[in-house]
Design a protein around this ligand. Structure first.
Ligand code: SF4
Ligand code: SF4
Length: 203
């Protein structure tokens, strides 16, 4: 009669070796698990590096980053909300972030939660409005970042130059004329591209 498999010397030897060898699997949850540094886990905003440009929301394939502009509060603000429960951890947001430090893929992988807020990450930034038409111009940090990157070239754009100057306290705000439509003398006001074009051609 044929012996049971576990009594065959080769199988028996393998069983004894396996019993005496440490486990290949991790000891989670008894011990914390550290993934490799290249592991793509939960993306997280970095408020210090984010300029609220919204590029990450535009390239996100699963559309899990919301850009919410609140123009009613003073000062107006933009909130970016990343919904991790819809994230596919592709890394496109990090890749196309112009500052390369506004959002980063972390190695966080253990992301259980009980309510929707447990899967949200958000960052809030101040918005700058056009002094002529009152429309949205850009996030303040984006203007500063642009002015810094362009250096002296930013003086070719009065809005950028003036905004950079407000931080130094050498620029007067609210220099717009009382006219409803842009005038030539409004060129030194902080303007959106449309008003700037109109004031350039105004009499
Ligand atoms: S700076 Fe980066 S993280 Fe912030 S909104 Fe722009 S692309 Fe997104
Ligand atoms: S990792 Fe991919 S899916 Fe997740 S927020 Fe970034 S771009 Fe969107």
């Amino acid at each position: 009669m044929r012996k049971p498999a576990f009594l065959q010397p080769r199988i028996l030897k393998q069983a004894i070796v396996a019993a005496l060898t440490p486990a290949y699997t991790t000891k989670f949850p008894a011990e914390p698990f550290e993934p490799q540094a290249s592991f793509r886990g939960r993306p997280r905003f970095n408020a210090g590096g984010c300029i609220a440009c919204g590029a990450c929301a535009q390239v996100c394939p699963s559309k899990c980053i919301d850009v919410i502009d609140d123009l009613v509060v003073t000062p107006p603000k933009r909130t970016l909300v990343q919904h991790f429960d819809a994230c596919i951890m592709c890394g496109q947001c990090e890749r196309y972030c112009p500052t390369q430090e506004g959002i980063r893929m972390t190695t966080e992988w253990d992301n259980a939660g009980f309510k929707p807020e447990d899967f949200e990450d958000r960052v809030e930034k101040e918005l700058v409005m056009c002094e002529v038409c009152g429309g949205l111009l850009a996030p303040a940090d984006q203007l500063l970042w642009l002015a810094e990157r362009l250096g002296p070239v930013s003086f070719a754009n009065p809005t950028l130059a003036m905004f950079a100057g407000t931080g130094l306290g050498c620029v007067e705000k609210g220099v717009k004329s009382q006219s409803e439509s842009p005038l030539r003398q409004d060129r030194m006001a902080m303007q959106c591209p449309k008003c700037r074009r109109q004031s350039a051609w105004a009499a």
